[in-house]
Design a binder for this molecule. Structure first.
Ligand SMILES: Nc1nc2c(ncn2[C@@H]2O[C@H](COP(=O)(O)OP(=O)(O)OP(=O)(O)O)[C@@H](O)[C@H]2O)c(=O)[nH]1
Ligand SMILES: [Mg+2]
Ligand SMILES: [Zn+2]
Length: 304
């Protein structure tokens, strides 16, 4: 009889809860479930190797009866979203509500900057568009276009934009829905895959904040070859540590560097000689405020 307990297989981490990883096998051995509940080999922790949703892993000590195994190794990642942590992402979808909770440009930018740090394609999903007038929506869309994004206009309530979203996500191997709590990330997934019946909860309080309903990152298949990650919302992503890294995370700043690269490579675009970046864009104030925040953390500024 084959010793299935010692067999080895490869797969992908599809969910993470406390100390357990759920791994979906590429090909399950006979009589073994496709999804296994796994712990990590202690030597992985000793080497300081964390394992995240989206990671490709090798599992061993498979116990088909119990549906358990142990993650022994993690393959190198081709991309990584820092927060929420997801490995091997191909598309980052930043989800923002027009209301409930209301649109906050500083918060929105922090999510977009975090997404841009992956170097991957970033899209912006505007949700709950049933809650504002057509004119207000039009002006918000125009504003976001000025930030370099062409937002997808959505409403899970009215069913607006769901087919367009499905098409967009189906073209990416692994996309992540990330954004503040209560903006309707899980609601969007329920629209795309009604069978999922993910838990959602009404926003509450004076600020109409979300209630942190989704607790774990989890991947769900969409169509034949795509997966989408639902993630727990949070309120204030950190800025990158390095002021030099900040500018290129703003698409509307990046666009200005293309025709007019700055004279100095370490230019921070605050009116330095030969700088190719103008001050005539909406988020310039936000960019400068972020630089000041970062300089408090790292090194002092020269000049003003
Ligand atoms: N009016 C309106 N309400 C919506 C829409 N989409 C979601 N909601 C409501 O917004 C609330 C929050 O939705 P969720 O899907 O739980 O939000 P989430 O982003 O997953 O929140 P977390 O899991 O906490 O991060 C729920 O009461 C939804 O019914 C929408 O398009 N229009
Ligand atoms: Mg949710
Ligand atoms: Zn410059």
């Amino acid at each position: 009889m084959a010793d299935t307990v010692s067999s080895v297989a490869s797969g992908m981490v599809v969910a993470l809860q406390a100390n357990y990883l759920e791994v979906e096998l590429d090909a399950a051995p006979d009589g073994c479930p496709v999804r296994l509940l796994c712990t990590r080999r202690t030597r992985l922790s000793h080497r300081g190797e964390a394992v995240y949703v989206g990671d490709r892993v090798c599992v061993e000590a498979i116990d088909p009866g119990q549906g358990r195994a142990v993650v022994a190794d993690v393959e190198p990642r081709h991309s990584f979203l820092i927060r929420p942590p997801v490995a091997n992402v191909s598309l980052v979808a930043v989800v923002l509500a027009v209301e409930q909770p209301s649109f906050d440009p500083d918060q929105a930018s922090r999510f977009l900057l975090t997404a841009e740090r992956t170097g991957l394609e970033v899209i912006l999903l505007l949700t709950k568009t049933d809650l504002i007038s057509a004119a207000a929506l039009e002006s918000l869309v125009a504003r976001l276009q000025g930030w370099g994004y062409d937002p997808l206009v959505l409403s899970s309530e009215a069913g607006t934009g769901i087919d367009a979203l499905r098409q967009r996500l189906a073209g990416a191997q692994l996309s992540v829905l990330c954004g503040p709590s209560g903006v309707g990330k899980s609601s969007l997934l329920n629209q795309l895959r009604p069978d999922l019946q993910l838990r959602t909860a009404a926003v509450s309080g004076r600020l109409q904040r979300g209630r942190h309903t989704t607790r774990h990152v989890e991947l769900f298949p969409l169509g034949l070859s795509a997966r989408v990650a639902d993630t727990p919302g949070f309120n204030r992503p950190d800025l990158p540590d390095d002021p030099q890294e900040l500018g290129v995370l703003f698409p509307e700043l990046r666009q200005q560097l293309d025709p007019w690269p700055c004279r100095f490579r370490d230019c921070l675009h605050r009116g330095e000689p030969g700088c190719g970046v103008s001050s005539d864009w909406e988020r310039y104030a936000l960019y400068k405020a972020a630089l000041i925040e970062l300089s408090g953390l790292s090194r002092p500024f020269r000049g003003g």
